[in-house]
Ligand binder design. Structure first.
Ligand SMILES: [Fe+2]
Length: 331
């Protein structure tokens, strides 16, 4: 059977303050600012900020809802950590880099023979840089992070589950992953060629109380897997329904993407996603990406009210293609 989703598209977390989130992803992780827009559900204006690698590839897109109005409750049934691949041998750089930025980090560790460092976002979210010499995707660079150290994109998410069996069935039967290893409490699943951007890791935490499902600062809201087009999403929805996962949502218009959601048995929300024609470049050029706030057409009549209620943010020049070029030209 051919499965329609082939890897990650994005991972979406609830941050706290907007500016601290921008600083963390553009200066600590070293991603480019890909888009400033707003949450498209509900009536309260909330930013939706997108960050990515150099080429805005599916599988490199980290997105956040700065949601300081309400804290989330971390726990099982949630993404425990999101891992970005970096070059082999670059972890000493990252250790010093986190230190320079006063970022909370754990000592280096290993999972399935790969070294990683776990570090924390100001809202408490856990991220990892994990060494992977096979990932050749182009990272974004900053004055502090050269191409030799830059994050290429996602390796994958680590999902905390109280029981492995039913979430394992979901990833294998509904999404076409295969189980490729167990390392202590970690169970690894890969799709396609496996490795970076094709790996989901379950962390078995049988005694961990369930985390919150609603939007709340310090928790990941969902992971999104990528399909080629809307047909892929319709096929995925049909697979869910045939297997009996009847809570798959309708396919939603997210302006830059189309999205369909289904909660897996372990509690983590899994989105199926495909780009809309034009995607990020639908309303600004590649050079201008991330420079200003865009609201979808159906919110345009509320634009002033939305802008007035959001925390003003300043995006570092190094995270914007147009200004980065200018800065580099003057060096
Ligand atoms: Fe999403």
């Amino acid at each position: 059977m051919n499965y329609p989703l082939t890897g990650y598209h994005h991972i979406t977390a609830c941050a706290g303050g907007a500016q601290e989130d921008v600083n963390f992803f553009t200066q600590v992780v070293g991603l480019r600012m890909a888009k400033q827009t707003v949450l498209m559900d509900g009536s309260i204006p909330i930013y939706h900020l997108y960050y990515s690698n150099a080429n805005l590839e599916p599988g490199s897109v980290m997105t956040t809802f700065p949601y300081s109005r309400k804290p989330g409750r971390p726990g099982s049934g949630q993404v425990a950590a999101t891992a970005f691949t970096v070059a082999k041998g670059s972890l000493p750089f990252w250790k010093d880099h986190f230190k320079r930025h006063n970022v909370d980090q754990d000592p280096g560790a290993e999972r399935f023979g790969q070294s990683f460092i776990r570090f924390r976002h100001p809202a408490g979210l856990a991220f990892e840089v994990i060494e992977d010499s096979n990932d050749q995707r182009q990272g974004w660079t900053t004055p502090e992070i050269a191409q030799s150290e830059a994050a290429h994109g996602f390796h994958g998410a680590v999902l905390s589950v109280r029981e492995v069996a039913e979430t394992e069935r979901f990833f294998i039967d509904a999404l076409g992953f295969r189980k490729t290893g167990v390392d202590g409490q970690y169970h690894r699943f890969e799709t396609g060629v496996g490795g970076a951007n094709k790996t989901v890791t379950l962390l078995h935490e049988p005694d961990r109380p369930a985390g919150s499902w609603t939007f709340g600062a310090g928790t990941v809201h969902h992971i999104a897997l990528w399909g080629a087009d809307q047909n892929a999403l319709a096929e995925q929805k049909a697979i869910y329904e045939e297997l009996g996962y009847t809570d798959a949502s309708e396919i939603k218009d997210r302006f830059y993407f189309y999205s369909m959601y289904c909660r897996c048995p372990g509690g983590i929300l899994v989105e199926s996603c495909c780009n809309a024609p034009g995607s990020f470049e639908k309303d600004e050029t590649k050079e201008e990406l991330g420079t200003k706030l865009h609201v979808p057409p159906w919110f345009e009549n509320r634009r002033d009210e939305i802008v007035a209620s959001l925390e003003p943010i300043r995006v570092p020049e190094s995270a914007i293609a147009a200004s980065k070029k200018k800065v580099e030209a003057t060096r």
